[in-house]
Design a protein around this ligand. Structure first.
Ligand SMILES: [Zn+2]
Length: 252
C-alpha cells in the first residue's frame, strides 16, 4: 500500500505538476521559452534512454530470460510505431501534415491523453519494481513532458484557445496519467507476473519517445555550438540516471 502513495505523488508530479510548471514558464518571452524547451528536450532524451537501458530493461532481465525481454522491447517499439501512426491519421485531415503543425486542438488533447496514460502506466510499473526506479522514471517523464506541454500550450493558443482554456485542456489530458497509473497499480498488484513484461514494454515506450520523437526535434538545430551543447545535455541526462542506478546497485 506504501507504493500506492509514492505512485500517486509521482503521477501528480508528472501530470498536474508538469502542466503547472510549464504553464508558469509561459511568462518567459518566446525566445527563452524555445531555448529552455530545447535544453529540456535534450536532458529528457538522455534520461529516457538511460532509464530504459540502465533501469527498466535490467530490472526486467532479473526476472525474465534476456531473449524474451528483448522480444518484448521489440514488440513494444512496433506497437508504439503503430499507435503513433494511428493517432496521426486521426489528427490529420490534410495531406501534408506534420506532427507539430496540426491545428485541431481537440486532437492534440486526445493524442496527449493517450501518451500521458502510457507514461502513467510506466510510472506505476517502475514503482512496483523499486522506489529508486520509480523516481528516475518519474524524473524522465517530467523532463520530457514540460517541453511537450509548452508546445501544446503554443499550439492550443494559436488555434484560438484562451490561456485559461489551454491550461484546462492540458490538465484534462494530463489527468489520464493519474487514472491509467492507478488502474495499473491495482492490476499489477493483482497479477504480479505481468510486471517484467510491462517493464520491457515501458522501456520500449521510453526508447521510442527519445529516438523517434525527441531526437528528430533536436536535429532541427544545426549550429555547431548548439549541437555540442545538445550532446552535452544528453550526456548529463544519461549521467544522472547512471549515477543514481549505480548508487542503488542497478548497474553491476
Ligand atoms: Zn510523456
Amino acid at each position: 500500500m506504501n507504493e500506492l502513495i509514492y505512485i500517486i505523488i509521482a503521477l501528480l508530479a508528472a501530470s498536474v505538476g508538469s502542466v503547472m510548471l510549464s504553464g508558469s514558464l509561459l511568462v518567459l518571452n518566446q525566445k527563452w521559452l524555445e531555448k529552455l524547451s530545447g535544453y529540456l528536450l535534450c536532458l529528457a532524451g538522455g534520461t529516457l534512454i538511460g532509464s530504459a537501458l540502465m533501469g527498466l530493461i535490467p530490472e526486467s532481465m532479473e526476472i525474465l530470460p534476456v531473449r524474451e525481454v528483448l522480444i518484448w522491447v521489440l514488440f513494444g517499439i512496433l506497437f508504439f510505431f503503430l499507435l503513433e501512426k494511428f493517432i496521426l491519421w486521426r489528427m490529420c485531415r490534410d495531406d501534408n501534415c506534420k506532427r507539430q503543425i496540426h491545428t485541431a486542438g481537440p486532437m492534440i488533447i486526445i493524442g496527449d491523453a493517450v501518451h500521458n496514460a502510457i507514461d502513467g502506466v510506466v510510472i506505476a510499473t517502475s514503482f512496483m519494481t523499486s522506489v529508486e526506479l520509480g523516481i528516475f522514471v518519474t524524473v524522465s517523464v517530467v523532463l520530457h513532458e514540460i517541453p511537450q506541454e509548452l508546445g501544446d500550450f503554443g499550439i492550443l493558443i494559436k488555434s484560438g484557445y484562451s490561456k485559461k482554456q489551454a491550461l484546462f485542456y492540458n490538465l484534462l489530458s494530463a489527468s489520464s496519467a493519474i487514472v491509467a497509473g492507478t488502474v495499473t497499480y491495482f492490476l499489477l498488484d493483482f497479477m504480479e507476473e505481468i510486471v517484467p513484461y510491462a517493464l520491457a514494454v515501458a522501456a520500449a515506450s521510453f526508447l521510442y519517445i527519445a529516438l523517434a520523437d525527441l531526437i528528430p526535434e533536436m536535429h532541427k538545430e544545426t549550429k555547431a555550438k548548439e549541437s555540442i551543447l545538445q550532446f552535452l545535455l544528453i550526456l548529463v541526462g544519461v549521467g544522472v540516471i547512471f549515477l543514481s542506478a549505480a548508487s542503488h546497485g542497478h548497474v553491476h
